[in-house]
Each structure stands twice: as C-alpha cells, then as structure tokens.
Write a protein that binds this ligand. Structure first.
Ligand code: FES
Length: 160
C-alpha cells in the first residue's frame, strides 16, 4: 500500500505528538480517507500495522465515527442531522428534501458520483439547527430553498 509523499510527511510529523501510536489512529484514518476516498481493506491493514493495532481494533473505531467509511462515497458527503434540535427545526424535512432532490436514500450515492446522502446524529451545531455537514464544511439554519442553492453551489464547484 502506497500513500502520497504528502500523507507520509503528515504522518511522520504527527506521530511524535501522541503518547502512544494508537492515539494517532483517528487523524491517520481521516488523512487516509481524504487521500483514498474511503477506508479500504488495504488501507485498514496498512494502518493497523503502522500503529501496532489489529485490523479489528481499527474497524471498531471506524464503525464508531460517522465521518469514517469503508465504502466509497460521492465527491460530496451530505450529512443531515435529524437529532432533537435539528428535528424540531426542520431537519427531517431537509433530509427528505435532499433525498427527493438527489433521488437517493440514506447512504446512497448519486449515479454521477457527486453526492452521498447520510442521516446523522448531533454534530454539535444545535444552536444553528437545522444543520448539515458537507465534507468538512458546516451549513446551518437551512430551509429546503437554501438547501437547494447549497446543492447547486456544490454541483457548480464540481464542474469547475
Ligand atoms: S441536534 Fe443537530 S446539530 Fe445538534
């Protein structure tokens, strides 16, 4: 398994900052996922070896965090929160609107590979509910209309 020079430089720089190798697992998984697109069997095997963990230990951590995935995703991962604050402020409406607009359900990916849709638990943006996270960016106080323009912005971004 080969990672880019950029990944290797980040990994080498980060590792000494942690008291044990295992503590570096989550950021290492995020860097690897950003590079490969998802956490493949090959990536899991490689990182388990580097951090002195079993593959099962790595998979257990991946299964805990919704931002980590072992399945390929679209270019933009649209995570819609439907937890309590978002729920009372229209989170479910946003989720159903996205599903209808994109023609996919929970964990589905559009045929053009642009969007994956996910219903997620609280992402810590309750004060600005309803909230959506797309890749690393937060979008808050959404309505079906503002969600539409957001999806259009991402579509336009992809065509540049
Ligand atoms: S409940 Fe949606 S961000 Fe907290």
């Amino acid at each position: 398994m080969m990672f880019s020079d950029e990944f290797e430089a980040r990994f080498a720089e980060m590792l000494p900052h942690y008291p044990t190798k295992r503590s570096a697992l989550v950021p290492t998984l995020l860097y690897a996922q950003d590079e490969v697109g998802f956490l493949s069997d090959e990536v899991i095997q490689e990182l388990a070896g580097r951090l002195d963990l079993t593959e099962l230990e790595v998979r257990n951590v991946i299964s805990y965090y919704s931002m980590l995935t072992t399945m390929p995703r679209g270019k933009f991962n649209v995570q819609v929160c439907t937890n309590i604050s978002c729920l009372v402020r229209g989170g479910e409406e946003i989720l159903h609107h996205c599903a209808k607009k994109l023609g996919i359900g929970h964990k589905g990916t559009t045929p053009d590979g642009l969007f994956t849709l996910e219903e997620v638990e609280c992402m810590g943006a309750c004060s600005w509910a309803p909230a959506v996270q797309i890749n690393y960016d937060f979008h808050e106080n959404l309505t079906p209309e503002s969600m539409d323009s957001l999806l259009n912005d991402y579509r336009a971004k992809a065509s540049k």
